[in-house]
Design a protein around this ligand. Structure first.
Ligand SMILES: [Zn+2]
Length: 240
């Protein structure tokens, strides 16, 4: 179900004041080999699970789109230019996590029009029983994030891989104890100080998203500080 992603969303302080996450179980960090990380757009994987990737010191990335539609009314960059910029930003972010040699599979799907069946087929070919597959949550509220989550769920069901869904936009439209969120499936991943630092450095590798491209409204930052604040916590959250 696609949600309205607009306005300022839930303030990070509201989430920080919520006691529930302290009671969520810690995710046992015992993956069967490098986890497969699936990103609808460049930066989702970093916002969601960069700390996990840094702590495991292993990852294999499936970049479904190049995120070329982030600024449809940009006066600075064409979509082709944005795609190239965002591919490079992902590569730099992975380097900053110490994962510069991690395999990256770029599916080159159109941003905003993800072919769910094709993603499911691709992931099915990469997953094995027990392997971790981290994908955006099926109910995250953004159509691409939900399509990727559904595709990953199908691929995990077929292969016996372990599905771990990471929310991104849920932190915007939901609030503490929101009944639309399956909190009983939530696990926390406590980040080491080194992993937190690596994650912050990796997020800073996306200037096309965290800073304005130019002064026009169509060039505004996609991830202004109040949104980025949600991804500076000392823990990450997955739904298992
Ligand atoms: Zn995204």
């Amino acid at each position: 179900m696609v949600k309205a992603i607009e306005g300022a969303g839930t303030a990070e302080q509201t989430w920080l004041d919520w006691p529930a996450p302290a009671r969520w179980p810690a995710l046992p960090l015992d993956p069967a080999g490098p986890p497969l990380i699936v990103a609808p757009h460049p930066d989702d994987e970093i916002l969601g699970v960069a700390g996990l990737m840094a702590m495991l010191d292993a990852a294999e990335l499936v970049a479904v789109t190049d995120g070329e539609a982030s600024h449809p009314h940009s006066t600075v960059h064409t979509q082709l230019e944005l795609a190239a910029i965002r591919r490079d930003e992902t590569a730099e972010a992975l380097r900053r996590l110490g994962l510069g040699a991690a395999p990256v599979h770029r599916l080159g799907q159109p941003d905003g029009k993800i072919d769910e069946d094709a993603v499911a087929a691709d992931l099915t070919g990469r997953l094995t029983p027990g392997r971790w597959c981290l994908a955006t949550w099926r109910e995250d509220g953004h159509p691409d994030h939900e399509a990727v989550g559904r595709a990953a769920a199908r691929a995990c069901a077929v292969t016996g891989a372990v599905l771990l869904e990471y929310p991104i936009w849920m932190w915007h439209w939901a609030g503490p104890d929101d009944p639309r969120v399956p909190w009983r499936r939530a696990y926390r991943i406590d980040l080491t100080p080194a992993a937190q630092r690596a994650k912050a450095a990796a997020i800073a590798a996306f200037p096309s998203q965290i800073a304005p491209l130019g002064p026009e409204p169509g060039d505004a930052a996609i991830l202004p500080p109040h949104i980025l604040a949600r991804f500076t916590r000392s823990f990450e959250t997955v739904l298992r």
